[in-house]
Design a protein around this ligand. Sequence first.
Ligand code: TRP
Length: 454
Amino acid sequence: MNNNDQPSIHGQWSSRLAFVMAATGSAVGLGNIWKFPYITGENGGSAFVLFYVLCVATLGIPLMMAEVMLGRRGKRTPINAMRALAAETGTSQHWQFIGWSGTLAGVLILSYYSVIGGWTIGYIFHAANGHFSDLSGKGASTLFGDFVGDPWVQIGWHTVFMLITMSIVARGVRHGLEKAVTYLMPALVVLLLVVLGYAMTTGYFMKGLAFLFTPDFSHFSGTSALTALGHAFFTLSLGMGAIMIYGSYVPQKISIAGTSVAIAVADTMVALIAGMAIFPIVFANALEPGAGPSLIFETIPVAFGHMAGGTLFGTLFFVLLLIAAWTSSISLVEPAVTMMIENLNMTRHRAAFWTGLVTWLLGLGTTFSFNVWADVEVLGLTFFEHLDFLTSNLMLPIGGICIALFAGWAMSKHVSRAELNMNSDVGYALWHALIRVIAPIAVSIVLLHAVGAF
Ligand code: TRP
């Protein structure tokens, strides 16, 4: 069966740029600005950064190409796309597993992503009310501690974030997304550069750079490797079908390879700039690099609190961060919502409502992880930490292995070659080797090593 000439029933991107923008909007988010710096701090810096960049380049880019390709060929929600592709290639229907696990992973990730998205909304108000003025590192920690310590405040902002996410999803992802990404993402980068400028004045800029880039493997463990790998997938939105569903709206003409490289490069640049902006402020204010999820909320306010116009710029920064989070969160639920539309015959509004409700309820566990359940640990991790480990470090890498295996083994070279439409023979051969052999083996090694298999 080949439905190649038909657009997806959910529509199609208006142009190549629309797809690039939406995929970049999905990739660039809290993962780059909130998560990357804090996990880098927790894992000792440079070696972690090096391994992460290596994973993006050698595993992330080929996998992104594979996901766009499968999506464009399958033209449905990931579950049904995999079902159709399994039928087309004459392989087992069990490949659907990729779609089910990915759809679930998206909902699980969004449940905590929404809580952190809520933090950015709360911080817009802190910034606008001048709470950052002359803030010390210690003052910023107290401000954050009081903020997350109040479960009602947490639930409130989590609710607001879910509502704004689902209001866009209910209308269909293509409306409004393009503009948000075309104008607002560059604005976010400009404001990050403003923070970077401040970081250069702290006197600790070189120390920050050394922390990020001077190779030091002394803090690098098997879990660090898995975290770096998981984050490479997380930051590029890979391993769960988000890029697959966006790929399903891609018109036939677009060059998948060029687009994937561009998205990965842009995404990595944003993360590295965020890291270079944040660590000098950490060291200058005697903050802890391994502080965890609070890291950017303790450093960025200090930066804006010490610059002219900081109230305005600080407010703007968190507004833009919110928008970056928003364009990512939309892609996290799109697989679940399109699944309900296709398989349960629901309207988009109804599907968005139910997915939103379930995700919101799950998110309550994360809101409590930072206050009433902060000390409730199972195997040394809080509810939020378990959810993050399960999704980023297990579900995304395993999803990635399966996607690579399907694209490399189940699909014939003839089909993948035609679908990717690459001019270069060498480029295609490289992609095929990476996806068929290297990615599945490399990801398996890192996974097994981290769980202590050897
Ligand atoms: N990439 C986004 C970020 O870095 C988060 C995200 C959006 C995501 N869609 C995803 C992560 C799908 C994993 C899978 O903030």
